[in-house]
Design a protein around this ligand. Structure first.
Ligand code: SF4
Length: 221
């Protein structure tokens, strides 16, 4: 499914990115483009709140600063380092990934979404997140926050879940991508941030939303 870029999309992109420059949080994984470090943050954030990841992320990276350090560690140590974060399947996969990448790719991740998805624990979203947040490529990364924002903004009458809606949201996120990779990085961070801080699952704070004017759900009547 494809979606066409429209003037409305350009305005959405502009407002959102400008807001992110003013209001976006300064998070440690936003200061790096190291694919390994971005990957660790993405894996941690999958099922854990930002406040908790802020505590664990530097500790884990101090212990395993590179893919090679992680690949060389034993299973038990790696599991210990993850203690407190839960959902241990994540670290099992991350450890397998590190070993595989050391063995087959000389320790480096490549900017190829299809190849990234072949790695243990890397799904469509994580591959997209690596493409944009580590490699600064214009690539969509639709997690639950992004999906919620897109649905409320563009498709308020769509059903809340379903494969068809998913495809539509990914196609919309693709059409929204700025051409420039660095701008795409900011835009993709911005839409995630909006879903985390303003257009949340619990409440849509439309009165302070930077894209309210064009939003199909929140615009002033
Ligand atoms: S206006 Fe409201 S519903 Fe629309 S994106 Fe903003 S917070 Fe979400």
């Amino acid at each position: 499914m494809t979606a066409k870029s429209t003037p409305e999309m350009a305005s959405f992109r502009r407002r959102l990115t400008a807001w992110f420059r003013r209001q976006g949080r300064d998070l440690p994984w936003r200061r790096t483009r190291d694919p390994y470090r971005v990957l660790v943050s993405e894996v941690m954030l999958q099922q854990t709140q930002v406040s908790r990841v802020l505590e664990f992320y530097p500790r884990f990276l101090a212990r395993y600063p590179t893919m090679e350090h992680l690949a060389r560690a034993g299973k038990r140590q790696v599991r210990e380092a993850w203690e407190g974060l839960g959902y241990y399947r994540r670290i099992v996969n991350l450890h397998r990934l590190a070993r595989q990448v050391m063995r087959e790719q000389d320790g480096s991740l490549q900017p190829d979404a299809v190849a990234l998805r072949q790695l243990p624990g890397v799904g469509r979203y994580t591959a997209g997140a690596l493409m944009t947040f580590a490699f600064e490529r214009p690539h969509p990364a639709v997690d639950t926050n992004v999906a919620r924002v897109l649905r409320r903004y563009f498709y308020p009458r769509a059903r809340r879940t379903g494969a068809r809606l998913d495809e539509r949201l990914w196609a919309t996120a693709q059409a929204l991508q700025p051409r420039n990779g660095r701008t795409a990085w900011s835009f993709n961070q911005a839409i995630m941030e909006l879903g985390a801080l303003i257009c949340t699952a619990r409440v849509a704070r439309c009165e302070v939303c930077p894209v309210r004017r064009g939003c199909q759900t929140g615009r002033p009547r």
